[in-house]
Design a protein around this ligand. Sequence first.
Ligand SMILES: [Zn+2]
Ligand SMILES: [Zn+2]
Length: 189
Amino acid sequence: MTLPSPLKGVKLLFAHDTEIALASAAALVNSGRDGTEQLAGVADLDAFVALWGWTGSRTRDRAELDAVRDLRTRLRAVWESDEDGAVEIVNALLREGSALPQLVRHDGWDYHVHATSSEAPLADRIAVDDAMAFFDVIRNTQLDRLPVCAGEDCSDVLVDLSKNHSRRFCDRGCGNRANVAAYRARRRS
Ligand SMILES: [Zn+2]
Ligand SMILES: [Zn+2]
């Protein structure tokens, strides 16, 4: 006998706020790719904050910018770690940020999780929010949804929410380049 499941039909892979947090975490990691700094100044951080809808307090100074940039190394490590390694990072981020999950509703967003106070430093809020998203991913044994681009010489991190779980390349042309290279290799042989 199978028990009736309360989960029927098609569902999202993750909660909406988790998916946004994952995309935002990937964008933050990729902002420092290959030594080309896309968060060069406070204005760039302002744009990032606006694009991803971060609310809460800001200091808009160099220290805030540096703290957000420094976070990227630890976030990237989640993409590059095995499950145990990722768990270690996520637990540390939650601990250090004194995460206390609360359901909140604001600015037109329906209930979602905030696990830090809106007065906490921006980098701490990003760290905890991203860690909460990774938490969901790992708890659902979906860490392979966070691949690094398979393109040659590309280190972009990806979030694969595709139905058939097929995303291997970033959207900066690596997939096309790989196709062309494979085509040429076939022609040569
Ligand atoms: Zn919010
Ligand atoms: Zn790529």
